[in-house]
Design a protein around this ligand. Structure first.
Ligand SMILES: [Zn+2]
Ligand SMILES: [Zn+2]
Length: 336
């Protein structure tokens, strides 16, 4: 019997198609793709090609001038930006019903390593830590701009996840509006706080740790699990155990532990599924609500093992062919 499950945080439904269910190891890709070179002459993110990108907004390097080699993490504006920093925030009614405004915002690329072929899953913990510290530093700088309402950090890894460049990188977009989809997430969480007086994510953590079957890993400050209403096989959430609304509030120490946990999680997926394509998103409170009780920042990893089709696009309801209880056990057994 298929089962509908509701995500307690967003109230969105997912169909668990247990009849069509595959065993976790069935999602493993059959073979490794061609190995990448360590350096690629025409890659805009490889050292020596700094002039191929717009001037950097941040770089970690030991001496040397900006926009030269010697860095280990580098942040640059996206050359093909979805949004740009200049323009007006005024909304205009141009053709009666149709509203528009300038595409104001900031779109940046975080180049995670000088090595063309070294993905997050295979990096040293220390390097992942530097990447997360760069996220944090850019967040804290951009939050000071009064035009920005929300800062979203995400990563596309692999062709099926929509990436156009192999060189390991993530992206950051600061937006002048809170997108509707995300507002829905905030409103549902705020509603839970109104009704129950608690943060829904704190409740999910408490319940998850009690039941334990969907937990993949637990450290002193973080918990990693496959959510009850997983939208996709092997969907994974990483949450700080202690309530914290904004990723921007993460301490240096917690960022170090977060790096270790993220690296381990990505390595397990790499190992268990043979380097799958994935997207991850850091969900964080709007800038004005960084200290509110209703939201709890977290990182959501969505492996792209299946392609959402017409039903998903038409209804927003995802069909998942793997049970999170089984996929979480599969990952736990890998590391055992
Ligand atoms: Zn490269
Ligand atoms: Zn919380």
């Amino acid at each position: 019997m298929p089962e509908l499950r509701q995500d307690p945080a967003t109230k969105q439904w997912v169909i668990m198609a247990t009849e069509r269910a595959k065993r976790p190891h069935d999602f493993k890709k059959p073979s490794q793709p061609e190995p990448l070179p360590a350096h690629k002459a025409d890659c805009p993110f490889c050292p020596g090609n700094e002039k191929m990108t717009p001037p950097e907004t941040l770089a970690y390097r030991q001496g040397g001038p900006p926009n030269s080699p010697g860095w280990w993490v580098r942040v640059v504006p996206n050359k093909f930006s979805a949004l740009v920093p200049e323009g007006s925030l005024t909304r205009r009614e141009e053709e009666g019903l149709f509203r528009k405004m300038d595409g104001v915002g900031q779109h940046e690329v975080i180049i995670e390593t000088p090595h063309h072929n070294q993905g997050l899953a295979l990096m040293e913990d220390k390097q992942v830590e530097e990447v997360l510290l760069a996220y944090r530093e850019r967040y804290l700088t951009l939050r000071e701009n009064p035009r920005f309402k929300l800062i979203i950090i995400f990563k596309n890894h692999g062709l099926a996840a929509g990436t156009s460049l192999d060189h390991p990188h993530s992206q950051l977009v600061a937006t002048p509006i809170v997108p509707l989809n995300i507002r829905h997430r905030f409103e549902k969480a705020a509603g839970h706080l109104d009704d129950d007086g608690t943060c829904v994510y704190c409740d999910i953590i408490r319940e998850g740790l009690r039941v334990r079957q969907r937990i993949v890993m637990e450290t002193e400050r973080f918990v990693i699990f496959h959510p009850f209403a997983s939208r996709a096989p092997f969907e994974t959430w990483i949450l700080p155990k202690e309530h914290q609304a904004s990723f921007g509030s993460i301490s240096m120490n917690d960022a170090k532990e977060f790096a270790k946990v993220l690296k381990t999680t990505l390595f397990q997926l790499y190992q268990g599924l043979n380097n799958p394509a994935y997207n991850y998103i850091v969900h964080t409170a709007p800038i004005k609500d960084e200290h509110e009780d209703y939201f709890h920042w977290h990182l959501q990893i969505l492996p792209r093992l299946v392609t959402p089709a017409g039903f998903e696009l038409g209804t927003g309801i995802f069909i998942n062919t793997a049970l999170p209880e089984e996929t979480a056990a599969f990952i736990r057994n890998l590391s055992a």
